[in-house]
Design a protein around this ligand. Structure first.
Ligand code: ADP
Ligand code: ADP
Length: 221
């Protein structure tokens, strides 16, 4: 359903960030992308989110070309990027502003409860811990019901305890909706804990080194 077809990306300054990247992801799967700094992981996610254009090649979701940000594709960054002038509930409702108010309310309340922040709807982003804020960011993306959620080092800024609880929260939200998840991480342990497919990238130029498929001892599909 997410098809990345022979992507090349050279930045205007001549840096070749990606060469010949092909990836096909089935609906409802979790895939991790690992690799050191400069392998093109962030570039690949930004292209998949429609935030930048490849030099050649195409990205499609269910056959539809992604050339600009699209409701079917959500992206979460290392920092939560909550809007400080909106309440927590308003932040979660931000990408579903065009839904009827009752539906928006229902999805927002559901998400707040699901991430353990039911009482926080009327409060402000500055009142949240880093882990809580990142939960809100993930919930904000998922209430829009994207087919694909891209996560770029989503837990890297968090301590180990918070990271583990955020991984659980992500999987819990994922179970409810089953979007395809693509998680970029430099933490191999995290990649293996969250997914049953790990794409390993290598630098200069950024490209796929190998794809590892393995079964997990617990259900993930
Ligand atoms: P990663 O996320 O794996 O660290 P990036 O996608 O950030 O890799 O970067 C891949 C390569 O592209 C690096 O060589 C980086 O310097 C270069 N690069 C990334 N963004 C830009 C940009 N906006 N302009 C020029 N070069 C860039
Ligand atoms: P099985 O149930 O036969 O053990 P899987 O459910 O692991 O196999 O995989 C079924 C198909 O989905 C295979 O073609 C496999 O390559 C693919 N696949 C497995 N894991 C993922 C993943 N995380 N993302 C995308 N495709 C996957």
């Amino acid at each position: 359903m997410l098809h990345i077809d022979h992507i090349n990306k050279t930045y205007p300054n001549g840096a070749e960030a990606l060469r010949g990247v092909d990836l096909a992801l089935e609906a409802g799967r979790i895939v991790a992308i690992v690799g050191g700094s400069g392998c093109g992981k962030s570039t690949l996610l930004r292209l998949a989110a429609g935030l930048d254009q490849p030099s050649s090649g195409a990205i499609r979701v269910d056959g539809e070309a992604i050339t600009a940000p699209h409701p079917a594709v959500g992206i979460v960054f290392q920092e939560p990027r909550l809007l400080p002038w909106l309440t927590i509930a308003q932040n979660i409702g931000f990408y579903i502003a065009d839904l009827p108010a009752a539906e928006r309310r229902e999805r927002t309340d559901w998400a707040l409860a699901r991430i353990g922040l039911a009482a926080y709807g009327p409060r402000w982003p500055r009142e949240l811990s880093g882990g809580q804020a990142q939960r809100v960011a993930i919930a904000r993306s998922l209430v829009a019901h994207p087919k694909v959620l891209l996560l770029d080092e989503p837990f890297s800024a968090l301590d180990a305890f918070t990271r583990a609880s955020l991984q659980d929260a992500l999987l819990d939200l994922w179970q409810a909706q089953r979007p395809t998840l693509v998680i970029v991480t430099h933490d191999v342990q995290e990649a293996v804990a969250l997914s049953n497919r790990v794409v390993v990238m290598q630098p200069e130029p950024g490209r796929i080194h190998s794809v590892l498929d393995f079964s997990l001892p617990y259900p993930r599909d």
